[in-house]
Design a protein around this ligand. Structure first.
Ligand SMILES: *Cc1c(COP(=O)(O)O)cnc(C)c1O
Length: 377
């Protein structure tokens, strides 16, 4: 492959397209499906993932910071790009120069943007974010009436819509989701007369499990990347159509070594060989996103079989036990995430070993290794 690294993230862009099409097909015709491509598209590559979703018909993209929006615009994206985390006053010009769409959550930003739009004699379409139960970013719904009056007096500001975010949408039984919807509806009320007002409350969990709350725009992240927000329990029965992971991560065996029964392995000797063993040394560690908390818990796929990680994962190395896998040698493929033969390790399984969520696994592995894009499926 002419490669400069041992470690590769494979991203299948056709799978990203297929996931988008599947999710879109399950929405009412009138509901827009925004692709969340923040954090380099959850590790899948901002520009390439946005291109794939664009091919599948996506017109709305979401990123956290203005720098990501600028990058996407400069890569040729001509659709709507929402900036969810605002920006410093010095960076405000990018909203205008790069036609980025602000999501506003403070009066200070609202005034600044209104003033800048007026100075440029340019109408600026922006969205307002309300906090309806997440206790994170946003205006309080109690402020909605006064905000609506205020916005009506800003001649260069168009309110495109209102946004909020569920704290527990991955839990299909969460009573709190109904409270969030009640608060959001109360915030929408004073704005209801605005023609074409967009209401957007749903992330992947809301999109999948709260169809009555879809509004005009849903914002999908994890589902587009092939995972269900509550983990593998959300997957459909085998054979049923469903979302498919688009990322796999592979490395190569660097060396195979013999250790004697009782010998300690890696830093701190947190594992001692329980028999004479063979260890495959892998050139991947926590700086490559193979989290240290996976030490002594995870497994990799070598020769179509599971090889357990022994001892602590180091910064750039770790050891997999290949005693029961005959013939393993330097250069053999080792799969950290994905399929080999009839075995598979997905991000939910890794997340279980690391006591985290698929989101973090995808970001960690995807954003710390070189990516290779394919369109296989
Ligand atoms: C990240 C994010 C989403 C997408 O969440 P998923 O659970 O990945 O679908 C939606 N809305 C906002 C505001 C976000 O920050």
């Amino acid at each position: 492959m002419g490669t400069s690294s041992w470690n590769w993230v494979h991203v299948d862009t056709r799978t990203l397209e297929a996931n988008y099409r599947l999710l879109k097909s399950r929405l009412a015709e009138s509901v827009r499906l925004l692709a969340m491509v923040k954090s380099d598209a959850y590790g899948h590559g901002l520009v390439e993932a946005a291109d794939a979703f664009g091919r599948a018909g996506c017109d709305d993209f979401g990123v956290a910071e203005i720098a990501e929006g600028v990058k996407l615009r400069e890569a040729g994206c001509s659709e709507t790009i929402f900036i969810f985390l605002g920006c410093s006053p010095e960076a405000v010009d990018y909203y205008f120069s790069h036609r980025l769409t602000p999501v506003v959550f403070t009066r200070r930003d609202l005034h600044l943007l209104a003033q800048q739009a007026e100075q440029r004699r340019t109408k600026l379409k922006l969205f307002l974010k309300f906090d309806c139960g997440m206790s994170r970013l946003g205006f309080s719904p109690e402020m909605a009436a006064s905000l609506a009056r205020q916005c009506a007096e800003l001649p260069f500001v168009d309110i495109g819509g209102l946004i909020s975010h569920y704290p527990c949408a991955d839990d299909q039984n969460a009573a709190s989701s109904r409270d969030v919807e009640r608060r959001f509806n109360a915030a929408v009320e004073p704005f209801a007369g605005i023609p074409g007002l967009v209401r957007s409350l749903c992330n992947s969990g809301g999109m999948l499990y709260r169809p009555e709350a879809h509004g005009e725009l849903v914002r999908a992240g994890i589902a587009l990347y092939g995972y269900y927000p509550e983990g593998s329990t959300g997957r459909p029965e085998p054979g049923q159509p469903g979302l498919r992971p688009a990322m796999s991560v592979v490395t190569s065996v660097l060396q195979v070594n013999e250790v004697r029964a009782g010998q300690g392995i890696s830093y701190g000797h947190t594992y001692h060989a329980d028999r004479d063993s063979r260890l495959a040394v892998l050139p991947v560690g926590y700086s490559d996103g193979y989290l240290r908390c996976l030490s002594n818990r995870a497994a990799v796929l070598i020769g179509g079989q599971r090889a357990p990680i022994r001892g602590r994962i180091c910064m750039n190395l770790c050891m997999a036990d290949v005693t029961d896998i005959p013939g393993v040698k330097a250069g053999d493929e080792a799969v950290l995430l994905g399929r080999q033969g009839d075995q598979q390790i997905d991000a939910d399984e890794l997340a279980g070993w690391g006591q985290t969520i698929s989101y973090e696994i995808l970001c960690a592995l995807g954003n710390n290794n070189e990516r290779l894009f394919t369109s296989l499926s």
